[in-house]
Design a protein around this ligand. Structure first.
Ligand SMILES: [Zn+2]
Length: 937
């Protein structure tokens, strides 16, 4: 049958592009040389072929990496971007969406967009061509940044049966999503044989028709690290001449999206995340490949988002905002969020570089947080300890510090600024004798060789006493007094010892009596308090009592069983037992996909168990459980089974309960000597559940026990969680992106604590047909050596919201920050400003994502994690407030009442607001100048 439509030529928008994996099976510097060649060629073609256009992979990293080598080409690039023939951005890097924090996704877009503005503006398309699935809130993030379109491939479910669909976030906001049915390289080989263009064009139109119907067709010409053929414009002209079934035009992706027909009501609508393997690998195993990368990412992101930025914004003067350092640290984190980098599916040298970048980000963020704490410590007298709360809610938390305590004191409490006393637990007592030697008086210079000015053995020299021929140097970790004439003291000691040059002298270096004390103290929202040691007994709510194999704090009881697993019983009666079964099995898959050997052998029973009490309470109680296993050494070379050879392995689980905490903290560690295996920590659920809820990127997502497959990748229901995962009355509180699975038909949660694999991609992975990359060895991904993973478990009644899971996760993940008081001598106890609330966010299940300074304002980003409307109140000396876009562009004014703003948040809404506060810098209250710096957009 022939219709009029069949005779009309199909319009094909040919989008020449490249997909640039910046580092992957080769390291960055190696791929970059190829990138420079590619961009050189693209620039030449843009000038020699008037009909040519190019899309530079949606990430500004390609521009930055190129210009670092060819800075003289910036103007040329700018000219082509401005003309609309070269499309760049809007991302800084093509990230993985699931393996980084929501805030990292935002900063990536913010930075890429701002950088693209330097060159004439970004492509206004949320281009997401190769991400291993897509997060639920991406449509909302794009909309709030000013984008109405996304382009996606992996993860798109079978329910999407055409090239365009409506993609909605849990808040109801949506974008037009362009689906790339065969990926971002659907027309990569169209011009492979220049004298067969007619057939190639026909084949392409035939392939495209079911997806595009009568719509113009998007032909993505380019794939991984490829450059366009020279004379492409001429080839396109020739193609149009040799056949009349199609009419091809070269376009950028921005041109195509800009001219695409609007969505009609009958297009499919998909709400939420996309992790389907219906038509492409979703590669879910990257969540557990190279867990060391995920740990490093978690540390860097948490330090930046929840310590360095908020503590600097609140406690450091506005003009000392460390913008350049934060920019540098964020740059490293964004760079590492590239999908092949954070996923751990790259060669070992790439992973080494990824870890160094995270380490640098962590060093910067950690030092900035300590600097903010030092600024506060400068307001409290010496001998006291300031305690900062990084969370925007009043809370109690552990403070641990080494303090001067006279030997004679029997009971030691911490005094708070209001005069109340809290109980302490002594964790350690310092050995005071650091040095004890005899020497002759004329050897005094040898004695002083240990001194460097005032420093000796990492202590400050504070004084000395001489008793006959015995000299005692008094030292402490704190210099006291602050200033001391050390040269004068030294001259006195030298003179004394030289006066009896042939006598035997005894020299001692004695440190002040310090004890490491722990206590649970209340700290106001993003504010600080101070404590000092006093001889007294103190109060403690919900103290921990340890009794042999059990611990309780009135909120939770932990009892260790004979087999080394333990039971948890919450105050509300929620109970589970058999927690902590270690399930170790073979993995002959690769970095992308777990794949058990056909004849797998699971080891989940230990051969010996030992249990010891490490901390007795009342602030911290800890039981150490050591279990001995014999794990197979590796897989058989052919991958069919596990080896007969075994490696004896002791798995140590440190189980810690703290006063006042409704969850138990865990650290699982072992020396990993086995290869090709997966180790999981299994938690039986108090109630069977068909679904899990996991915190992800600005969302709580519900997932079942099966995934959608179809592309011959085993649709495992192993999922990533960022923050926490909850099912059947158990919440696992996480430090970093972790992989979990609801197993045993909904009766248990399994948390992957280690996955050891040896290849980027295995051609015969038992769980995947289509290789995901080259079969290159990555021996370091076996993760041999000492390994430690930490998390917490909170049993609770009701669902995650009833059970207060977000608040528990906030508390678990964000330890208080302590610093020794360092104020000048005239500052007295209690310090001014201690105990005052600084900046509070009041609401259940509304979380703070960011708090930072921007253009003279303090910018906060919050998210409502629930599917209901919530009202949140931001409070803290607010004098002026306004809405802002995700990228910080100012919006409408918000009413301020008594220093607070009320935010009515829709379900799952992500909201960015900017406020001006009545600032208190360096302890002096100052009204911010109302005519102060204004934002510049
Ligand atoms: Zn890629």
């Amino acid at each position: 049958m022939t219709s009029a439509a069949d005779t009309r030529p199909t319009t094909i928008h040919l989008v020449p592009h490249t997909h640039w994996d910046r580092e992957w099976y080769r390291p960055f510097q190696s791929f970059r040389m190829q990138l420079v060649d590619l961009v050189d060629r693209v620039l030449d073609m843009l000038e020699s072929e008037p009909g040519f256009a190019f899309t530079l992979d949606g990430q500004l990293a390609t521009i930055d990496d190129y210009l670092e080598i060819r800075p003289q080409q910036a103007e040329r690039l700018r000219g082509h971007v401005r003309s609309g023939r070269l499309a760049i951005g809007p991302w800084q890097i093509l990230m993985d969406e699931f393996l980084v924090s929501g805030e990292t996704l935002v900063r990536n877009l913010e930075r890429g967009w701002a950088r693209a503005d330097d060159f004439g503006g970004p492509m206004r398309v949320g281009y997401l061509p190769d991400m291993f699935g897509h997060v639920a809130q991406m449509p909302q993030l794009l909309r709030r940044a000013g984008l109405a379109d996304a382009v996606v491939w992996r993860g798109v479910p079978a329910a999407v049966d055409r090239h365009a669909f409506r993609w909605e976030s849990p808040d109801g906001s949506w974008v037009r999503a362009e689906y790339l049915p065969s990926g971002y390289g659907n027309a990569a080989y169209l011009f492979a044989v220049p004298d067969r263009l007619d057939a190639a064009a026909h084949r392409f139109v035939e392939w495209a028709r079911p997806w595009f119907g009568d719509d113009p067709v998007l032909a993505m010409y380019g794939t991984d690290h490829t450059a366009p053929v020279p004379d492409l414009a001429a080839l396109v002209s020739r193609l149009n001449e040799v056949q009349d079934a199609s009419d091809m035009r070269i376009a950028t992706l921005a041109h195509y999206i800009g001219s695409a027909p609007a969505l009609t009501p009958e297009v499919p609508c998909w709400r939420g995340e996309m992790r389907s393997g219906a038509r492409a690998n979703v590669l879910m195993g990257v969540a557990s490949a190279r867990i060391d990368i995920k740990q490093a990412a978690g540390r860097a992101e948490t330090l930046l988002e929840r310590y360095a930025e908020p503590l600097s914004a609140i406690h450091v003067a506005a003009d000392a905002w460390p913008d350049e350092f934060l920019r540098l640290a964020w740059g490293k984190v964004i760079e590492n969020s590239a999908h092949d980098s954070i996923c751990g599916c790259s060669v070992d040298p790439v992973v080494d570089q990824v870890l160094v970048r995270f380490a640098e980000a962590e060093q910067i963020a950690g030092t900035l947080a300590r600097r903010a704490a030092s600024a506060v410590a400068g307001r409290a007298p010496r001998g006291s300890v300031v305690v900062l709360n990084p969370t925007p809610a009043r809370r109690e938390g552990l403070v641990e510090s080494e303090l001067l305590v006279p030997e004679t004191w029997a009971d030691v409490a911490f005094e708070l600024p209001d005069g109340s006393h809290v109980a302490t637990q002594e964790l350690a007592r310092k050995e005071p004798i650091l040095f004890d030697q005899e020497l002759r008086g004329d050897q005094v210079d040898e004695l002083f060789r240990r001194f460097h000015g005032r420093e000796v053995f990492d202590h400050a020299w504070n004084g000395y006493r001489i008793d006959g021929h015995e000299i005692t140097f008094l030292v402490d970790s704190d210099p006291d007094p602050a200033w001391l004439d050390v040269d004068g003291l030294r001259a006195e000691v030298v003179a004394a010892m030289r006066s009896a040059p042939d006598e035997t002298w005894r020299a001692l270096i004695v440190a002040s009596a310090r004890r490491t004390l722990a206590a649970s103290v209340p700290v106001p929202a993003l504010g600080w308090t101070a404590v000092r040691a006093v001889e007294a007994t103190g109060e403690l709510a919900n103290p921990v009592r340890v009794d042999g194999r059990s611990m309780r704090n009135g909120l939770l009881t932990v009892e260790v069983a004979e087999d080394g697993t333990f039971s948890l019983t919450a105050a509300d009666g929620t109970r589970t037992e058999g927690v902590g079964r270690i399930e170790e099995g073979g993995d002959v898959g690769d970095s992308y996909n777990y794949g058990p050997p056909p004849a797998d052998r699971i080891i989940d029973v230990s051969e010996a168990v030992s249990v010891t009490t490490e901390l007795e309470g009342p602030v911290r109680g800890r039981i150490r459980v050591s279990r001995a296993y014999r794990w197979p050494a590796s897989a058989q070379p052919d991958g069919s089974a596990r080896s007969d050879a075994v490696e004896p392995t002791d798995v140590v689980t440190e189980v810690e309960l703290r006063a006042g905490e409704p969850f138990v903290r865990l650290a699982v560690s072992f020396d990993n000597r086995s290869e090709d295996h997966r180790v999981r920590f299994v938690v039986p659920l108090p109630r069977r559940s068909a679904v899990s809820h996991a915190e992800g990127q600005f969302a709580v997502v519900e997932r079942g026990m099966t995934g959608e497959g179809g592309y011959h990748e085993e649709p495992l229901a192993t999922y990533p969680a960022h923050g926490w995962v909850d099912a059947g009355g158990i919440a696992l509180l996480l430090d970093h992106l972790s992989e979990y699975e609801l197993t045993d038909d909904g009766r248990a949660l399994a948390l992957t604590v280690l996955r050891s694999i040896g290849l980027i991609s295995r051609n015969d992975n038992p769980y995947r047909q289509d290789p995901a990359g080259p079969e290159i060895a990555i021996p370091n991904a076996q993760m041999r050596g000492r390994w430690r993973m930490t998390f917490a478990i909170a049993p609770h009644a009701g669902d995650w919201a009833d059970g207060g899971v977000p608040a528990a996760a906030e508390r678990y993940r964000h330890e208080l920050v302590g610093a020794h008081g360092s104020a000048p001598a005239d500052v007295t106890w209690p310090p001014d400003g201690a105990g005052a609330e600084a900046f509070a966010l009041e609401s259940d299940a509304v979380e703070l994502s960011a708090l930072r300074r921007r253009d003279g304002w303090v910018e906060a980003r919050v998210v409502n994690l629930t599917s209901e409307s919530r009202t949140a109140v931001l409070r803290g000396g607010i004098v002026d407030a306004r809405d802002a876009s995700l990228r910080g562009e100012p919006g409408a004014a918000i009413e301020v009442t008594e220093g607070a703003v009320r935010l009515d948040l829709g379900p799952a809404e992500v909201r960015t607001v900017q406020v001006r506060r009545r600032e208190t810098a360096a302890g002096r209250a100052e009204m911010l100048d109302a005519t102060g710096p204004r934002q510049n957009g």
